[in-house]
Design a protein around this ligand. Structure first.
Ligand code: M6R
Length: 609
């Protein structure tokens, strides 16, 4: 979950590292640090608790010197608290390194290499530095041999960038599971935990292969397997530009990303339409994958899992096969009833979420074919799944997922439509109508973005409260799960999503005039039922905000405030509703003066268990 960058080349390394870290900060922001070779080829270390801005100030305060090679890190604490000592880089003997991931056997390694009492921090990463230093000395200071022997000792996940004190100008990188990308550019050689740090210098990059060692010098980037044979990396091209990773005049990435949703939806849907029907030929996803499945298992975490919940509510009644949604961190330790006839759909924005990845491997070990819906090109889940359907949201920088959610939904809706067609549940005309209705959701989203000031005004009723409820039935309940998560994650207001009909079975005891309720009622066949539940909470004093379609008939006094969405088909209301829910969370966070894009304790991509 940490941000990693390494650079060697003609440019001033410290500035480049700090700029790169600022772009990577969304991966973790407890502390930050850099290590670089100074003009005398000595390694210098600067690190601090806090954000990259604090680190920049410290570096700026140092004596004037030039550096052309260094590594930088932003941390999301796993082992050891948020302290200067625990911040990366870590130096041990001849080795200075930064690390993303978790070394699970660090205890045994501490004993085996007699590191007790010799460590400055409580981190597994410093233990790794100690082990690597021992290997380096043992093999006559040969970096490749030392790294090979070092990785044999480790269990867990890692992405390392390493400096050896007697190798100025060189950076070594190695990874298992944790992501690393690298590139050789006209401005030197770079390695990073993700593309946002490279995009200012190059569009061509490669994903560092697992169990390979990368050596970066100012003039080249070389990849070696563990027998030290040269490996030709597979270069890929970035399909978005620098602008996509900037705020472009918006006060926060989250607001920018909310605004980007209509475009992201078009980019995800339109290239996959042929004769008005979803078509995955270009994605190499064959129809037989959809024809043969006798059940669907969806696996994901967080927001991506909520997209799966919406898809389940849509797919099961339409396809008439069982559709189960599992939280990846649960699924991976279960004994799932899946086999070659189960279509497993994993959903992940980053494509690096460790639980989703592990759950996917479990599904594959049971011979189930896996279709991954992923946003980040070349990510681990995308590479290791059997089929991949890329969403085209561009980089999502805010920790709170917004545009990734709506494009995941769009992809799932298209899969559902194609499945219905190939399984004879839809005629071509019905599939065309479905796709048309999906596209109609785009202007509906735009309409809700246009109502952001009205939504902002409503949020004043939430920001001084400690608890809220989001209620709905059927699809609306699935939407409320995401609404509650969004509000909790960035405004720190406790929010509970509840099936509206379930409130009476105990939970309604919590409703009072200090607990606002956001009621979602966009599904015609259960509209009246949800409205009855709204009456019940209103009768207990709750301040109710009702989200319903424009044409829905309801007495004015039913709710204290209402947000109306355009009249689109029931199955597609998630798209405008998602915008409303995102804006509620966004303005609640802004209203409380919080760090919208980097909420406390979180990080963008969860690469540890
Ligand atoms: O990268 P992924 O889609 O696999 O991430 C899954 C969750 O960690 C993620 O959706 C998380 O819940 C969001 N930050 C919520 O806004």
């Amino acid at each position: 979950m940490c941000g990693i960058i390494g650079y060697t080349g003609p440019l001033e390394a410290r500035k480049l590292l700090l700029d790169g870290l600022a772009g990577l900060e969304y991966r973790g922001y407890d502390s930050a640090g850099i290590a670089y070779f100074d003009q005398d080829s000595q390694i210098r270390l600067v690190k601090t608790v806090g954000k990259v801005a604090a680190l920049r100030e410290m570096v700026g305060g140092g004596r004037e010197e030039l550096s052309h090679c260094g590594i930088g890190h932003t941390r999301w604490a796993t082992h050891g608290g948020v302290t200067n000592a625990n911040a990366h880089p870590h130096r041990f003997g001849s080795v200075t390194l930064i690390h993303n991931g978790i070394i699970e056997n660090y205890h045994q390694l501490t004993e085996e290499f007699c590191l007790e009492g010799r460590l400055m921090s409580q981190t597994d990463s410093e233990v790794a530095a100690g082990v690597l230093d021992a290997m380096y000395q043992a093999c006559g200071r040969d970096p490749l041999a030392a790294i090979r022997d070092f990785t044999k000792k480790l269990s867990g996940s890692y992405g390392f960038c390493i400096l050896f004190e007697d190798r100025p100008g060189e950076i070594y990188a190695v990874r298992r599971v944790s992501p690393l990308v690298a590139a050789y550019t006209h401005s030197g050689s770079l390695v990073a935990s993700d593309l946002t740090a490279l995009i200012a210098y190059t569009r061509k990059y490669f994903v560092v292969p697992e169990d390979a060692i990368v050596r970066l010098t100012p003039y080249k980037v070389r990849v070696y397997d563990m027998d030290f044979n040269r490996v030709e990396p597979e270069y890929m091209e970035v399909n978005w530009n620098m602008d996509a990773a900037m705020k472009n005049g918006f006060p926060h990435f989250m607001l920018k990303e909310i605004h980007e949703q209509p475009e992201a939806l078009k980019n995800t849907i339109l290239p996959r339409v042929s004769r008005g029907i979803p078509d995955f030929t270009e994605d190499h996803i064959p129809d037989h994958l959809f024809e043969t499945a006798n059940r669907i298992q969806i696996i994901a975490c967080g927001t991506a899992m909520h997209a799966g919940m919406v898809a389940r509510a849509l797919m099961e009644p339409l396809l008439r096969i069982p559709v189960t949604v599992s939280i990846a961190s649960e699924f991976r330790y279960e004994e799932p009833l899946i086999d070659k006839n189960t279509l497993v759909i994993v959903i992940s924005q980053s494509g690096e979420t460790i639980d989703t990845l592990a759950a996917m491997s479990l599904a594959q070990s049971r011979k189930a074919p896996v279709l991954a819906i992923v946003n980040v090109k070349g990510s681990t889940i995308a590479r290791e799944s059997d089929y991949v359907l890329y969403t085209h949201a561009g980089p999502e920088i805010a920790v709170a997922s917004t545009k990734a959610y709506s494009v995941q939904l769009a992809a799932l809706y298209m899969v559902c439509c194609r499945m219905a067609l190939v399984r004879g549940k839809y005629t071509e005309e019905q599939a065309q109508e479905f796709l048309k209705e999906l596209l109609d959701a785009i202007p509906a989203m735009e309409a809700m973005i246009g109502k952001k000031d009205a939504i902002k005004a409503l949020v004043t009723h939430l920001i001084n409260q400690h608890d809220t409820f989001f209620i709905g039935r059927g699809l609306d309940y699935a939407f409320s799960l995401e609404g509650a998560l969004k509000l909790k994650e960035i405004s720190y207001i406790h929010a509970e999503a509840y099936a509206a009909g379930e409130l009476k079975h105990g939970t309604i005891a919590l409703i009072s005039d200090r607990v606002p309720v956001i009621a979602i009622a966009t599904q015609e066949h259960i509209f009246a039922k949800t409205v009855s539940n709204v009456r019940e909470v209103k009768a207990r004093g709750a301040f109710v905000i009702l989200l319903a379609k424009e044409s829905a008939q309801v007495e004015e006094y039913i709710a204290d405030a209402q947000v109306r969405i355009p009249d689109i088909a029931d199955a597609f209301t998630v798209f405008p509703i998602a915008v409303v829910l995102q804006l509620i969370a966004y303005y609640a966070s802004v209203g409380k003066n919080l760090d919208v894009d980097q909420p406390r304790n979180l990080a963008k991509s969860v690469t540890v268990e």
